[in-house]
Ligand binder design. Sequence first.
Ligand SMILES: Cc1cc2nc3c(=O)[nH]c(=O)nc-3n(C[C@H](O)[C@H](O)[C@H](O)COP(=O)(O)O)c2cc1C
Length: 190
Amino acid sequence: MLLGRIDMKVIVAITGASGVIYGLELIKKLKEHELFIIVTKNAKKVMKHELEDYDKEIFKLKDFGKVLDPDDMEAPIASGSFKADAMVICPCSMKTLSAIATGFADNLVSRCADVMIKEKRKLILVPRETPLSPIHIENMLKLSKIGVSVLPPCPAFYHKPKAIGDMINFVVGKILDSLGINNNLYKRWC
Ligand SMILES: Cc1cc2nc3c(=O)[nH]c(=O)nc-3n(C[C@H](O)[C@H](O)[C@H](O)COP(=O)(O)O)c2cc1C
């Protein structure tokens, strides 16, 4: 599968870590692609803390792609025969990171990630926690070693961000870069 095509099938999961806005903005930037969206129960709890208008954001998701229930293990995307080009988990909680690192595929997010790994397809994790424990770091290292992209939402300052939107765009731009999608969401170093 060739990343960067204009008609990719992309799975985007939002899990219960801080920074749900990164996932929502990513979904908006991927609207030209065929999107499969999963929002976990705990992500919804975090959204209620972090978003000004939770109901509107949740309602709008269906305009960008197919929204799937995280408990729907019979969804086609749960199977390796479904040819997803890429999956992004943004943000990725330490609990979901751990499930993926151990192959504990007990919901649609961890099952799809497991499939991406076994089928050797593109999987990007945007893990968010601080500080990180040795368990978190070992899980990231284990996944990175087998080809999973571990892309923490670390803002940079060399593009002189003026507002939160600039910092969000930096992280979303980095994710799009990793998917092979051209973008001008942040000012590049060179
Ligand atoms: C407001 C709030 C913020 C949270 N932030 C984080 C976080 O940044 N990173 C993390 O790993 N867990 C965080 N958690 C805890 C996770 O939501 C929890 O571990 C949950 O089991 C994750 O489930 P999920 O991965 O299935 O969504 C947060 C919880 C709440 C309520």
